[in-house]
Ligand binder design. Sequence first.
Ligand SMILES: [Zn+2]
Ligand SMILES: [Zn+2]
Length: 343
Amino acid sequence: MKALVLESYKQFAYKDVPEPKIGSEEVLIQVKACGICGSDVHGMDGSTGRRIPPIIMGHEAAGVISSVGENVTGWQVGDAVTFDSTLYCGQCHFCRQGQINLCDNRRVLGVSCADYRQHGAMADYVAVPQHILYRLPTGLSFERAAMVEALSVAFHAVQRTPLALNSTAVVVGAGMIGLLVVQVLRYAGCRHIIAIDLDAKRLELARQLGATLTLKSDTDDMLAQVLPATDHRGADAAFEVVGITPTLNLAVHSVRKGGSVTLVGNLSPNAELPLQAVVTREITLYGSCASRLEYPACLDLIARGQVNVDALMSQVAPLATGAEWFARLHRSEPGLMKVILTP
Ligand SMILES: [Zn+2]
Ligand SMILES: [Zn+2]
């Protein structure tokens, strides 16, 4: 089969590799669409240590089952499916409580790090265990289905956060995940959603997708603009979708006393925390990582058009041209968001 292989940092080859062999509990999927994730772009230059070459990346995919292992039940050749980006064991303490994103034996598809190498879906075929499969709603395109992984990250972050109906929320960072958080917040019944970013184009998109107020973060004193929009108390909740000290600070200071900050971004491994503000204002911090069995709800939101993923898809391109798209994403080409590769 053909695959897009990261052969050394920033160096790809689109080439023939052996088809994956499936185990008795696995299915082989003919990949129809696979998104390029920000973590792939940050990984391919070696900066995260999570894409050690050689590796076939790709954990945001959808396709058709082309063969099934002998112990697979309930799935047939020809089924249109997507799958969790997390391979979880189902047996450990955390899996048994449904916290599959915290699995002790967690592997992410298309990731290679010190502990493991798990080839992903930027190839004609990928093998995955049956317990991470999800059926596509009738009529949902493979390209849209490939957006479910990103949506599930946003969905999980909102699920983690206590939000009464008609709450106010601040979203710091209007990239892919931030724009999906905005949409899920709107669906969850937020009255006021304030999106903050450096990029005017992304803010324009945030407004189209449900933000009620957008603020450009390089202008003036941010808090002076957030507070009047939140009854001078601060928002009920903030979402930090960047992961550096200044944005963490802004998120903490933009919530009311007793509010919560949900941390999704983790660009830098360490950031300074305004400790006194968190303690004296009794702010609750939630970490949020990947998602936890939330694909069915997210597929439904996409299929019913409750979340607009088309607005975030910049390009659908052949897998053979993947190297070029990685390079363009790595240069942070303006306006370029999700690129979906089709084998
Ligand atoms: Zn991803
Ligand atoms: Zn587990």
